[in-house]
Design a protein around this ligand. Sequence first.
Ligand code: MSP
Length: 524
Amino acid sequence: MAAMAAGNPFYITTPIFYVNDVPHIGHAYTEVAADVLARWHRQAGDDTWLLTGTDEHGQKILRTAVANDTTPKAWADKLVADAWLPLLKTINIANDDFIRTTDERHETAVVTFLQKLYDDGFIYSGEYEGYYCVGCEEYKQLDDLMETPDCDYAGQQVCKIHGRPVEILQEKNYFFRMSDFQQKLLDLYESNPDFIQTESVRNEIIQFVKQGLDDLSISRSSFDWGIQIPRDHSHVLYVWFDALLNYITAIGYGSDDEQFERRWPAVHVVGKDIARFHAVIWPAMLMAAGLPVPTRVFGHGWLLVGGEKMSKSKLTGIAPSQITDTYGVDAFRYYIMSAISFGSDGSFSWEDLSARYHAELANGFGNLASRVIAMVIKYRDGVVPVAELDPVVYATEQRVTLEADAAIESLAIHEALAAIWQLVDDLNGYITVQEPWALSKDPANAARLDTVLATVVHGLGTLAVLLAPVIPDAAARLWSAIGGLGALADQPIRTAWEWTGGSAVTALETSLFPRIESPEPAVA
Ligand code: MSP
């Protein structure tokens, strides 16, 4: 039997998360963004693959494990099982795979990759001395450091990102000939302007590479929690070199050529703080191995609390469940995707969450769904009239679908939502103007009422199809309440307005987004 033709490949990744601590909503932000993009492409029929996972080697994890009186592997196992896998459920991520850098499939393929680079002359041994930030797991240049007036660290050089003192490391290391790739990287950025996004991240990285690239120290001998360097087991691989490789080891690099060819290259969604690793070191590694570079590296902004990046170490981390327990997972997903322009920083506040929840989800969308369904039940016994659709509304359905799809293509998730919300607003406006309750009073208006009801039910169906990637549960409830045929996830999203069916409605047992009296949990 001939295999079904698969759609265009779309492989998207999240960063793999350090398991030194439990997740906060900043981590959930990256996950949800990648998941929305993946769900959209999957629903469009693209051959989609979403990868996420955990980054488990290196000094940071080792130190955390030691501080907790356990081994790094036992610590990682515990955090993955108790925190990182449950996170995916809490925020409803439909990932296709989950890789851990301690997986055997990863470790084996990393050794294959290293051996290839070694054989091809891209790795050599030498001496290195520099400032190292364990928080970043990175050697730092003087530009990356500052002296702080903070009394604890007064007079010391601290990392600008972590605000903690750096350590001076001097080691015999293995090096990757990254300097060989300076011009090739600049050519890549020039010939493919979308390779790094956003524009400001791109400019910063180009500036950085133009200043000159040093070779990269890729091994450590002062501790042993990592993948051993082939033929010299006194060294373990630098954690970033190890971690970046997850994107290809998970899809069969070195073991399953068919899968690898089918998936690679990827779109990488990462926080702007780690864009440099993805847009400099990673493509250089791939070029050295003769592999295609990623399709895109998108550096998104940060969730801020009190003007600073939300972080556990600064005690500003909010657990995703603190929000989902009160507002539900859909509301959380919608809020972080719509309130912050994807690519910019955005401040989180409970007041803003509550205000948007009530204005946009409870009153705007949820109320629209309840009203339309209630009117079809009241005026037509739940049967959706078969009638011409109002062409103006139908044209809006088509327009917003195309606008939203174009926005997703350029990874502007917030713009896609803004486009879809025009339909929510237009349907609400249409009902106000058409006054179905007034039409229902005079049998002479029966045909007009049929058109109005059929039109708004159709608009709701289009909304369900378009919103499924962002608010999967509420969209599925709506789809079933208006009698949508087939699984919602199978409705072609790029032609959402063309859906047909929906001959009868059933009442929603509870509102899609009920009002919430106390916006902030008692213990925040
Ligand atoms: N392990 C590395 C990534 C390796 S990828 C080959 C790492 N892990 S991390 O757990 O520290 O961060 C993972 C992601 O969470 C990064 O993209 C980071 O930008 C993101 N965020 C962490 N705090 C965040 C906010 N406050 N806001 C938005 N994203 C944030 O880096």
